[in-house]
Design a protein around this ligand. Structure first.
Ligand code: MUC
Ligand code: MG
Length: 369
């Protein structure tokens, strides 16, 4: 019933350099998976990461190779039209590869939702909201440019909450940069930081204390991925919300962190979770443990972003909003109609499946492989 599985690597320059502790991005490399069926349906999924292997354990090239060599043969020989069974088979046959699994699952659920004539969110339990608050990440590396960028976003009613990427400078210098931005934007604008695991526990203690005193609302993944004990100690120590991001690699890791209340907030990401269904499981684990939720991104383009939005729209509680701004960081549009960002929110489509139309001519012009 599945007749083809294609994996496309598409490079799109960013609107400005995007500086994280692990890399500086000038281009985002999208990995798109397109699955077609015998009866003419087409499903799309995305497995984009950040900076090749700088951020996570799967690269665009590994996703493409693994989808082509391992996932595609499984799907092409699958004669059932039972998506749950197909996904079970994929998970049984393939170890790890969460990003690739997420892209394949997204495309299969896109097809299934189109077949049933419902938006993808309906397959995930149903939509509790039609739009999601979206923050903007300031990551130019320059304090004055960041302040000007934030003020422009507020005036345009695009974003009123900001996340700053820090961790590539000595902590004192980074904290100074953050506090200067917070002071310029004022008390009504929420400012958060993402350290992307750059600090030792001692640097965390000093840095987070200064950030808390400076009115920062949230500190994301300050310490090493594996050091979940330190994350728990920081959660116990500080009132400012401590969020687990890279430490969450699917439902089991979420359970291990939640068991000890090792974070105040979880950044749920569909790719890191290994799929939309697994992201829902991460959210349920958080709910049961009294941990708040935030809708995260791997800086995906519009396909991964809207798949995330369908998932996050079903979460009961989304106390810290989302960061689903990935498409706005790109200089090229790959949908025939761009995603709808207005009044500080991303508005979900109502058409069946993902509810977006991919501009395949545009993708052909941009693709590397
Ligand atoms: C991350 O670690 O959260 C999300 C937003 C952004 O600017 O970078 C990503 C990755
Ligand atoms: Mg993060």
């Amino acid at each position: 019933m599945y007749t083809s599985v294609d994996t496309l690597i598409v490079g799109i320059p960013t609107i400005r350099p995007h500086k994280l502790s692990v890399t500086t991005m000038q281009v985002q490399t999208l990995v798109l998976v397109k699955i077609t069926t015998e009866d003419g349906l087409v499903g799309w999924g995305e497995a984009t990461t950040i900076g090749g292997l700088n951020y996570a354990a799967e690269s665009p090239e590994s996703v493409k190779a693994n989808v082509e060599h391992y996932f595609a043969p499984l799907l092409l020989q699958d004669k059932s039209d039972n998506v749950a069974q197909t996904l079970k088979q994929v998970n049984k046959a393939i170890n790890g590869n969460r990003f690739a699994k997420c892209a394949v699952q997204t495309a299969l659920l896109d097809i299934q939702a189109q077949r049933l004539g419902v938006p993808l969110s309906e397959l995930l339990g149903g939509r509790l909201r039609n739009s999601l608050p979206v923050l903007w990440t300031l990551a130019s590396g320059d304090t004055d440019k960041d302040i000007a960028e934030a003020q422009k976003m507020i005036a345009a009613k695009r974003h009123n909450t900001f996340k700053l990427k820090i961790g590539s400078n000595p902590w004192q210098q980074d904290v100074e940069h953050v506090i200067a931005i917070k002071q310029a934007l004022g008390k009504d604008v929420s400012v958060r930081v993402d350290v992307n695991r750059a600090w030792s526990e001692m640097e965390c203690i000093h840095g987070i204390q200064a950030l808390q005193d400076g009115g920062i609302d949230l500190v994301e993944q300050p310490c090493a991925i594996e050091n979940t004990d330190a994350l728990r100690r920081l959660t116990e120590r500080f009132d400012v919300a401590i969020m687990a991001d890279e430490a969450l690699t699917g439902p089991y890791s979420a359970y291990r962190v939640a068991k000890n209340h090792g974070a105040h907030v979880f950044a749920v990401k569909i790719a890191q979770s290994g799929g939309l269904l697994e992201a829902k499981e991460v959210a349920t684990v958080a709910k049961l443990a009294g941990i708040d939720l935030y809708g995260g991104t791997m800086l995906e383009g519009p396909i991964g972003t809207i798949a995330s939005a369908h998932t996050f729209a079903t979460f009961e509680n989304l106390a810290f909003g989302t960061e689903l701004f990935g498409p706005l960081l790109l200089t090229e549009e790959i949908l025939t109609e761009p995603l709808q960002y207005r009044d500080f929110e991303l508005h979900l489509p109502t058409a069946p499946g993902l509810g977006v139309v991919v501009d395949e001519n545009k993708i052909d012009a941009l693709r590397h492989q």
